[in-house]
Design a protein around this ligand. Structure first.
Ligand SMILES: [Zn+2]
Length: 276
């Protein structure tokens, strides 16, 4: 998965250290990030090459990384590229994961410039990763939205669904954001009922992953159809189709960055299909 870059490589320890010569710079502009060099494996700028107003972002391999406070006009020799696309395709998973995690923090900082309670301009806390309102004291932490993603199975088959906006052939699992007051297991059951009209049982935790693409934390589960009626009733506002797939029919995941692929491969290998 995208966060599997080795233990201790990424550290979100808070720091107020100023940037230093050679520090990796994460310069975002909306969903784009500033890079240089190779088309296939672009590099990030370093502090010194560019000297924007910036502050500490996180550590990668013990090195402090920095994020821009001002949007830079494209400097000579650099270009902006779509950060989520880079994170999906970059061959160096450390770059991929750090770029999408930095984007999540950038989006959060950009959307918390003013206090949601009193409207005053906010400031970055000097003691933790938070935005603080100097007027009323309101504190805002990074936005992380928990969501469940579930492999629902029955009689050796896996339920896959295609979202309304997904192209034909691109299937996903039943997934959705947790609502307030809900346990993760309750989210799994509610989403199964809402999206495909079925009851599930034996909801079992599998793995989880941070997913900066949608500011979320994906919590993966397996669950079984409760009963024998495989009839699906689609939530047409969200889904184009959903079917029960035998192991031989399940399309192999296109990449291995997401918990989706991890769950699907778990299902397939449990049914004797070798992971490729
Ligand atoms: Zn306030």
């Amino acid at each position: 998965m995208i966060q599997d870059i080795g233990e201790g490589v990424f550290s979100n320890a808070f720091s107020t250290e100023p940037p230093y010569e050679g520090a990796p710079l994460y310069c975002y502009r909306g969903n784009d990030i500033l890079v240089k060099g190779d088309e296939y494996a672009p590099e990030l700028p370093t502090y010194g090459e560019l000297t924007p107003a910036c502050h500490h972002l996180f550590f990668m391999e013990g090195k402090g990384c920095y994020i821009n406070e001002e949007i830079l006009k494209t400097p000579e020799g650099f270009r902006y590229v779509n950060a989520p696309a880079l994170a999906r395709s970059h061959p160096d998973r450390k770059i991929a994961f750090s770029v999408i995690t930095g984007l999540q923090l950038s989006r959060w900082e950009q959307s918390r410039k003013f206090c949601g309670r009193c409207g005053a301009p906010t400031e970055r806390s000097q003691v933790e990763r938070a935005m603080i309102c100097p007027k009323c004291g309101q504190l805002e932490y990074p936005k992380i939205c928990p969501a469940t993603i579930t492999a629902i199975t029955h009689n050796g088959k896996l339920l896959l669904a295609r979202g309304k906006n997904s192209p034909p052939g691109r299937y996903g699992l039943i997934a959705g954001f947790c609502e307030i007051g809900e346990t993760f297991e309750e989210t799994v059951k509610r989403e199964a009922m809402e999206e495909v009209g079925i009851k599930v049982k034996n909801v079992t935790y599998f793995k989880n992953q941070p997913w900066g693409f949608s500011d979320s934390q994906m919590i993966g589960f397996f669950a079984e159809l409760d009963g024998d009626d495989e009839t699906l009733c689609l939530q047409e506002s969200e889904l184009a189709e959903a079917h029960w797939f035998t192991p031989d029919e399940v399309p192999h995941p296109a990449n291995d960055i997401s918990i989706f692929s991890e769950i699907v491969w778990k299902f397939l290998t449990d049914h004797g299909i070798e992971r490729v």
